[in-house]
Write a protein that binds this ligand. Structure first.
Ligand code: AMP
Ligand code: MG
Length: 337
């Protein structure tokens, strides 16, 4: 049995987890909550630095870890999010990962956070070769596997859809994270208000939506609920359109939703309808695996480790702009053999 400890801390959620091939999962987390405004990278990093010892010890106090007598000495490798993410947060967690790997004399595995979202979805949903819509605070991408890499078929040209929702929510005086609060308000909306629908080729743009939503309230005096409803309908229709085009081009009949915004029921419903209409299968993992979590980092670390792909300390610098198509996906070649 191989046991991997995974550390996630790219943004506001610090999380550690133990994962093995036998699907052992123990996870503990601690979330930084901004007092006002959005996530402040340095404050989030300070939160991670002060909490990491506690979070790692709590993983080993999980029921399954205790029952099976797991301790730090049982681990085969330490996986950590090498990027993308906020520099100060990434550096704090990478430092802890290096310190653990060196003191325990075990390998380090730097993983790509976006691919971790994809792989945990494939694992939990048992889907083989889906087109993936990955939507989180900072990222919005449509991806699919081809010839050894996850290719980015379409992506946002400015901010992620989660950030666009969070910014508008902040304008309404709602606390972070704003996405779920906008969702609740949107259900009470009845009238569609015009919003910019911006798709360029396969790419998307969301920042104009936030501006238009603010104006719809401030200048045009529309009801907040109607604006939330219109914001969601527009942003999610854009995402659904690009995902569908990717499926059509590639001839794929599976679709996987990943990332924190994936928890939104209206987005799920639109994608489900699109998949149903083209006789494709729609998959979404449990909500706790949509948001950032240590389990996905440990699990992707396990996949890398099993193909002998570990990260020497001198190659373990964080990559705040790490793109998923930079990663050689060695484990899927093995799957196909
Ligand atoms: P992540 O970066 O993957 O942890 O996702 C966090 C983002 O997901 C934040 O921007 C949240 O506002 C957003 N989010 C979480 N739940 C929902 C929801 N139900 N509807 C829309 N956005 C959401
Ligand atoms: Mg994420």
């Amino acid at each position: 049995m191989t046991l991997i400890l995974g550390l996630e801390g790219t943004a506001w959620n610090l999380s550690a987890a133990l994962v093995s091939e036998a699907k052992t999962i123990c996870e503990a987390e601690s979330t930084y909550k901004p007092l006002h405004g959005g996530i402040h990278p340095r404050e989030a990093a300070q939160h991670h630095a002060s909490e990491i010892k506690n979070v790692v010890s709590r993983v080993f106090r999980g029921a399954e870890a205790e029952e099976r007598g797991f301790s730090l000495d049982s681990i085969d490798a330490i996986a950590f999010s090498q990027g993308p993410g906020m520099g100060p947060c990434l550096r704090t967690v990478a430092t802890a990962a290096r310190a653990l790997a060196i003191s325990l004399k075990i390998p380090l595995v730097g993983v790509n956070h976006c691919i971790a979202h994809i792989e945990i979805g494939r694992w939990r949903c048992e889907t083989k070769d889906p087109v993936v819509l990955y939507v989180s605070g900072a990222n919005s991408q449509v991806l699919a596997y081809r010839a050894g890499k996850y290719r980015i078929l379409g992506e946002t040209l400015d901010i992620g859809v989660g950030n666009a929702l969070d910014k508008f929510a902040r304008y309404l005086g709602l606390s972070h994270p704003g996405g779920p609060k906008i969702e609740e308000l949107a259900y009470k909306g009845t009238e569609y208000v015009y919003m910019p629908y911006v798709i360029k080729g396969m790419d998307l743009s969301f920042s104009g939506l936030t501006t238009a939503a603010k104006d719809a309230i401030n200048v045009h005096r529309h009801k907040t609920e109607d604006v939330c409803y219109s914001f969601q309908e527009t942003a999610f229709a854009m995402l659904t359109e690009v995902t569908e085009r990717a499926m059509a081009h590639l001839g794929k009949d599976e679709m996987l939703l990943a990332g924190g915004v994936g928890a939104n029921r209206r987005l799920q419903q639109m994608l489900q309808t699109m998949c149903h209409d083209r006789e494709a299968k729609f998959y979404v993992p449990e909500t706790k695996y949509l948001k950032d979590n240590g389990t996905m980092i440990a699990y992707l670390g396990l996949l890398h480790y099993k193909t002998g792909d570990t990260t020497p300390i001198d190659k373990s610098a964080v990559k705040p702009n790490y793109r998923p198509d930079e990663v050689e996906v060695t484990w899927r070649e093995q799957e196909q053999k």
